[in-house]
Design a protein around this ligand. Structure first.
Ligand code: RB5
Length: 148
């Protein structure tokens, strides 16, 4: 598995991006930070597009996207061919996003009060492998929807 991760965020998620960035570095990942570090307003679809393009061009393990809710960046990312972006509510969902959905992006909201630390959710995502089997058929069906 590559140790490279791409991350981007808008102005609604500067603090959570920083927490995630530092956690990834502590875990030994080489992180490409394409997000903003100020509260000056930017458009979340642009941030999602920039990170997804970088992911698709480079050999990244996965990508992380953050905005105020995580919703805008995840909707945007999932419009891009080849991207499966999860917006987990907790560590269970983060684990399932890898195990069942083979998600290659994970999104978080900087203005959301999660019941668990985002770093726990991120660790659950990182430390889980895709189960393949029947899930591969379903993920193929997801990707087939890109041409609909
Ligand atoms: C920006 O104000 C906010 O709309 C954005 O961060 C995000 O929450 C959108 O989904």
């Amino acid at each position: 598995m590559s140790r490279r991760v791409v991350i981007a965020n808008d102005h609604g998620a500067v603090a959570v991006k920083q927490i995630i960035l530092e956690h990834l570095i502590r875990r030994g990942f080489d992180v490409r930070n394409l997000g903003v570090d100020s509260e000056e307003s930017v458009d979340y679809p642009d941030m999602a597009q920039t990170a997804c393009r970088e992911y698709l061009e480079g050999s990244y393990a996965f990508g992380v996207l953050c905005c105020g809710t995580g919703i805008g960046v995840s909707i945007s990312a999932n419009k891009i061919s080849g991207i499966r972006c999860a917006l987990p509510q907790n560590s269970y969902a983060a684990r399932m996003a890898r195990e069942h959905n083979n998600a290659n992006f994970i999104a978080f909201g900087g203005r959301i009060s999660y019941a668990e630390p985002v770093t726990d959710m991120l660790d659950a995502f990182i430390d889980t492998e895709f189960e393949c089997g029947r899930h591969a058929v379903r993920v193929d069906k997801i990707m087939g929807l890109e041409t609909c």
